[in-house]
Design a protein around this ligand. Structure first.
Ligand code: PLP
Length: 440
């Protein structure tokens, strides 16, 4: 089947997420038929470097033989069974492993299929936790402006983005939004900056005023990804943990995007040395091979769901495919691989290479403080340099040269697999550099 035929069949019946229908139908979009390592291969014979790990999840590269083998092995043994009222070994082993690897004190795991569902569970668990304790007035959440936590209605409430979510404005329960720690636009930013996390004052004010009506604060630790790769200091999280302790609020860390090595440590919270009460994980959990997510909770939260005499406190929540055995087996194999990949010196070198390469390109575009943490690096195409329209042109040019990226407005970023070979990373950087030069 040739490209044109696939294109016709696609546009006849497939509805693509986050995609403007009319311009998409007319465009020559990539149709990927196989992938290997950091390369996608299209039906019309092109190889594309995957600069965004296929929506931030294929952290270990495509078709990793050990992940493929784990899936094959499990698929021949047990494909699915429910977790409501029964269990199976892969889910037990995976829950054990996650508890061992996560920040201390997160003792139980509930599985789901997508990041949004992990967040949705986190929000509902927080609400019911307070309900279990008899504090039924705590029905609101505090989150950060421009944060993103998924597309289900609960998640939209805590991650409201006007451009995406205005049709749902009247049905979501909006959070109270503290100022985003947007270092790039911070007036104190500069080479000699001594950050005292002044932006935290907005969070403090909200918590002081509203803590009695709130169940939890939810944030994306270290990096507000969809907001435009806003990377912020660990000190913000340390203050937030202390503030939540002071006012008795739960802290939910949404590491759906940044978990599993992306920020340089297995979990971003570990860089701040904090333990959230609830941790939401997804995307990279299976190395991006199969849909799976997880919500980890503290022992105090888990124990609050035990029956109290006649009073039942069951959490009536769950998805058909939660803890699916094949996905669990893939996740166990992925966790072993993260440990190996992140232990090597090459991982440290790769992070440095990404940082340096992106810095050089950014400076040529007039962004003198590109942001980077771990294997995430981004720069801004300022209005004077062409802004969001130029960023789109850069992405288009990169695509024709064999690199797939997806700018967030005027922000261009690379989020490659954690085990990208250094020569492939250099190639990505070279294409990006060329795309910047070729577009004006
Ligand atoms: N939370 C964060 C921080 C995310 O970045 C995302 C997706 O990008 C989600 C939640 C939602 O995850 P999913 O798209 O798997 O539902």
């Amino acid at each position: 089947m040739n490209y044109r035929e696939w294109h016709t069949r696609d546009t006849a019946c497939l509805w693509h997420p986050y995609t403007e229908i009319s311009s998409f139908e007319e465009s020559r979009f990539p149709i990927v038929e196989r992938a290997d390592g950091c390369r996608l291969y299209t039906t019309d014979g092109h190889a594309l470097l995957d600069g965004i790990s296929s929506w931030w999840c294929v952290n270990l590269g495509h078709s990793h033989p050990r992940l493929v083998q784990a899936i094959r092995d499990q698929a021949g043994r047990l494909q699915h069974t429910l977790l409501g009222g029964m269990s199976h070994p892969p889910a037990i082993e995976l829950a054990e492993r996650l508890v061992q690897l996560a920040p201390d004190g997160l003792g139980h795991v509930m599985f789901a299929s997508d990041g949004s569902c992990a967040v949705e569970a986190a929000l509902k668990i927080a609400l019911q936790y307070w309900h279990n304790l008899g504090e039924t007035r705590r029905t609101r959440f505090i989150s950060l402006t421009d944060g993103y936590h998924g597309d289900t209605l609960g998640a939209i409430g805590v991650g409201y983005v006007e451009a995406f979510h205005h049709p749902f404005r009247n049905v979501v329960n909006p959070a109270l939004f503290a100022d985003s720690p947007d270092c790039h636009r911070c007036s104190r930013r500069g080479p000699a900056k001594t950050c005292d996390v002044e932006c935290f004052s907005s969070m403090r004010a909200l918590v002081e005023e509203h803590h009695a009506e709130c169940a939890a604060v939810i944030v994306e630790p270290l990096c507000q990804a969809a907001a435009g790769i806003r990377i912020y200091p660990a000190g913000y999280l340390q203050r937030l943990r202390a503030l939540c302790n002071e006012y008795g609020l739960l802290l939910i860390a949404d590491e759906v995007a940044v978990g599993f090595g992306r920020t340089g440590s297995l979990f971003a919270c570990q860089q701040a040395g904090i333990v959230p009460d609830i941790l939401a994980l997804g995307k990279g959990l299976t190395g991006g091979m199969l849909p799976m997510s997880a919500t980890l909770v503290s022992d105090a939260i888990y124990d609050s769901f035990r029956a109290d005499g006649e009073r039942r406190r069951t959490f009536f929540h769950g998805h058909t495919f939660c803890g699916n055995p094949i996905a669990s087996a893939a996740a166990l194999a992925a966790l072993a691989l993260y440990e190996e990949e992140m232990a090597g010196e090459s991982f440290t070198q790769l992070m440095a290479l990404l940082e340096q390469g992106m810095r050089q390109i950014a400076i040529r575009l007039g962004d003198f403080s590109p942001r980077t943490v771990g294997m995430i690096a981004a720069f801004e195409v300022a209005e004077e340099a062409g802004g969001a329209a130029r960023a789109q042109r850069i992405a288009q040019h990169a695509l024709t040269c064999g690199l797939y990226i997806r700018p967030l407005g005027s922000v261009i970023y690379l989020w490659p697999p954690l085990n990208t070979r250094s020569d492939d990373l250099l190639y990505m950087l070279a294409i990006l550099d060329q795309a910047v030069t070729a577009t004006v």
